[in-house]
Design a binder for this molecule. Sequence first.
Ligand code: NDP
Length: 333
Amino acid sequence: MRWGLIGASRIASSYVIDAIRVQPGLEIQSVLSSDASRGEAFARDNNIPDSYTDLDALLADDSIGAVYISTTNEKHHPQALAAIAAGKHVLCEKPLGMTLVEAVEMVRAAEDKGVVFATNHHLRNAGSHLAIRDLIASGRIGKVLSARVFHAVNLPEHLRGWRINDASAGGGVIPDITVHDADTIRFHLAEDPIDVIAKAGTSGMGEGVEDSVMSVWSMPSGAMVQTHESFTHGFAGTGIEFHGTDGSIFARNVMTQEPVGTVKLVDANGETDVAYDTHNLYHRALGLFAGAVAGSGRPSADGADGVKSLAVALAVREAARSGKAVDVDYGGF
Ligand code: NDP
């Protein structure tokens, strides 16, 4: 199957082009950029035959079976709808859209057209997270009482740009990082937050968008979730913890794109280091996507997962704005 890349982005060149190419039978045919010379340079640098500035022209290529959308966030919705209408399978970056209505429309359109639609939530593909999920699902820590995510990083200089100064492009730490944490918590607990409270603000980087946020979520099981996301914390380190009636899981440096970090189980028997598989996160995601297109299995994070992670992130933003608890609206999913 041939792919078209919608967006001459860093995430495509850093991770996803390679992840497509390692899959048997997948190749990349084209890239879309809003700037002809940037698109041509991107195509040349990444050995991609065709570059376009016109989305319809890229989509008119019948040899393209799937597209990967990694433009800035406000473009995901119109580009995904066009790709779906053209009958292409879609792997879309998070957040799926700027609003819940947009995200729901994208996923429903894909269902109606019968194409595979997935969200590129990479964390649930990490061996560390798969090991954590297995510990929780197999009851090793008993009933989960609470979880804590700390995902406050120092956003590298080269990633700043629209993320820190352009609300209309979907900037801000909530659409950038909270949305991943929402997906990760949903993945581990197999349930969706009911309501959230939050505080957000700027702490040195955001220009017109929040660069830091803390929130607390209530889960249907009664578990409580505490999160912290930021662009401005150089030395905090990342991690995720789950505390249950029979044990706790402490994972450090695992909220990352690389297969690194540590996972520790603490229970009545003491502390145990948990081994996990160190495969490439994006390779796994693309493998599962290709499998789903071939009719076997499902993507690691599908469209509904993308809608729900966005729904939680939007609720966090609204709770921070209003100062009130906000029920999470999943748009019928
Ligand atoms: P980039 O800023 O690298 O790219 C986004 C867009 O910016 C591109 O589509 C491109 O537009 C434009 N652009 C790229 N380079 C330049 C430049 N030098 N000058 C002007 N414009 C430029 O974004 P990211 O790769 O960081 O993020 C893209 C999407 O992927 C976002 O939705 C983000 O949330 C998501 N993401 C997901 C990750 C994950 O692991 N799941 C990790 C990182 C990002 P054009 O295409 O028109 O040339």
